[in-house]
Design a protein around this ligand. Structure first.
Ligand code: SF4
Ligand code: SF4
Length: 493
């Protein structure tokens, strides 16, 4: 396959050496799990359990009532002690409805389904994937069944499986590909069937030679699944960049990958599809890299969803809060966490606790117009101009310069010699634009309501006038009749 590469990009320090050789270890089951009903993009799941109720591993505890949503299942046997607000893995630890489960000592074994998933129709496969609560495991958390269904209806021909894992520190996908490659390939074959697409391409960066060799070997027996090695470069794992890199197809602004006949899923999502359809296990756990300079014993852990981040840190030897910064996801695109009393959710690929040496922040200096930020931007933007517009609160002008096309990859800020926090400007600018758009929508809706009220009133007035005219006509006709009758009578007299 001839590679096209993508525009811009950087080579940040990989910092994967402390965990890339560590096999996946299953975390001992915690005593309590905090399972949020919102772990995905879309509407939150609706609680199907109440406090005091006993639940079995894999039982539905949150049902999806909307199309764009995903159900949530109990990761362990136990008793629901509360369904209440609890901090989520968000920079402000925003509270969300959470099922808190006291875990039992004994766990029910999984029941393997006796149906052959390869005998199911594409619609049935999508339904099973939906029922298993599978979402994009690379961090996007978009409900996978919705994505597969839409892509099939649009007739996509290519499924890209993202094994890039270009973020520093993270090695969970690398370990998954090395250790559970067969399950991933089977999951890809099932997704391909669900999509009715022509081919799948598993894309792996060339810094993961063992993962690539494992998958390449496994794909020899697959006619429609191929592997491809791409040069290691950040942000290769972003959808637009990976599709451009592998297929040479550039997604225009405002368009979707499916418009170009392509859909992309993560390797961990393919693994989750395998577990759901072959092992009968809904999405109740995931592999998480616990790393960063502040972690004494980093690890790749298989973690039940709902485990507290502080439990993971303690397992890896960090009992107190002796870190400088805590992140969920990678250091480039991940989110800061204010503390570790938040749960691991479906999209949590990494928990990174950085030391002081890793977070030293220099004071920003004025822009020297060196244009290094322009050279590395994978979206072809002018970060210095964007930041300048946003600083002046000129959000519409920033939008005209392509602010919405910024994928917040942080490449520009990484290379900026003046240490300008460019991505923070972009987050702020996008937030302002969204707030204004929401405000405008509200104004338009109010105007629409007012205009329809006016129309309704005008209609009532018109109906009243018509009725009055009708009454007048009827009265006149009646009077004319009465007068004619009187005249006839007089003539007769
Ligand atoms: S890299 Fe930094 S200093 Fe250079 S032009 Fe961009 S914003 Fe200015
Ligand atoms: S953060 Fe945005 S502007 Fe900066 S390099 Fe990435 S896409 Fe370009």
């Amino acid at each position: 396959m001839k590679l096209s590469g993508f525009r811009g990009g950087i080579h940040p320090q990989e910092r994967k050496e402390r965990t890339e050789q560590l096999p996946i270890v299953r975390l001992p089951m915690p005593k309590r799990l905090y399972v949020p009903l919102q772990q995905h993009i879309g509407e939150p799941a609706v609680a199907r359990v109440t406090a005091g109720q006993r639940v079995k591993r894999g039982e539905l505890i949150g049902g999806s009532v909307e199309w764009l949503s995903a159900p949530v299942h109990a990761p362990a046997d136990g008793t629901v002690v509360a369904v209440s607000e609890f901090a989520s893995p968000h920079p402000a630890a925003l509270p969300v409805t959470t099922a808190i489960i006291e875990v039992s000592d004994k766990q029910t074994p999984w029941t393997v389904p006796d149906e052959d998933p390869f005998g199911l129709s594409p619609e049935e496969l999508a339904l099973r994937i939906r029922q298993a609560g599978i979402v994009g495991m690379g961090g996007a958390t978009f409900p996978s069944a919705v994505k597969l269904d839409l892509a099939r209806k649009q007739g996509v021909d290519t499924l890209i499986i993202n094994g890039g894992e270009c973020e520093p520190y993270l090695t969970c996908d690398d370990r998954l590909m090395r250790e559970r490659g067969q399950q991933i390939v089977t999951g890809v074959a099932l997704m391909l069937r669900c999509l009715e697409a022509r081919r799948a391409v598993i894309v792996v960066e060339d810094n993961k030679a063992e993962a690539l060799a494992t998958l390449r070997e496994l794909c020899l027996s697959q006619d429609h699944i191929k592997t491809v090695s791409v040069p290691t470069r950040y942000p290769q794992g972003s959808q637009k960049q990976m599709i451009q890199s592998v297929l040479g197809r550039e997604i225009p602004a405002g368009a979707h990958a499916t418009d170009l006949g392509v859909v992309m899923h993560n390797v961990a999502t393919a693994y989750a599809v395998y577990e759901a359809l072959v092992d009968g296990k809904p999405l109740v756990s995931r592999i998480v890299t616990v790393g960063g300079g502040a972690i004494p014993s980093p690890a790749n852990l298989e973690v039940p969803l709902g485990t507290l981040v502080e439990d993971l840190l303690a397992y890896c030897g960090l009992e107190d809060e002796s870190y400088e910064r805590l992140l969920v996801g990678g250091p480039m695109m991940g989110q800061w966490l204010p503390h570790g009393r938040v749960p691991v959710i479906k999209g949590s690929s990494g928990i990174i606790a950085l030391s002081e040496a890793e977070t030293r922040v220099e004071m920003p200096r004025p822009c020297i117009r060196c244009s290094r930020c322009v050279g590395v931007c994978p979206s072809g933007l002018l970060p210095l101009e964007l930041a300048s517009r946003i600083r002046k609160e000129q959000f519409v002008a920033a939008s005209a310069l392509g602010l919405e096309d910024c994928i917040a990859c942080g490449s520009c800020a990484y290379v900026c010699p003046s240490k300008i926090p460019l991505v923070q400007y972009f987050h702020y600018g996008k937030g302002q634009l969204q707030a204004r758009q929401a405000q405008q929508k509200k104004i338009d809706k109010t105007a629409d309501l007012a205009s329809s009220k006016e129309q309704r009133l005008a209609l009532i007035e018109a109906q009243k006038a018509a009725a009055a005219a009708q009454r007048k006509r009827e009265a006149a006709a009646k009077a004319a009749l009465a007068s004619a009758a009187t005249a006839t009578q007089n003539e007769g007299d």
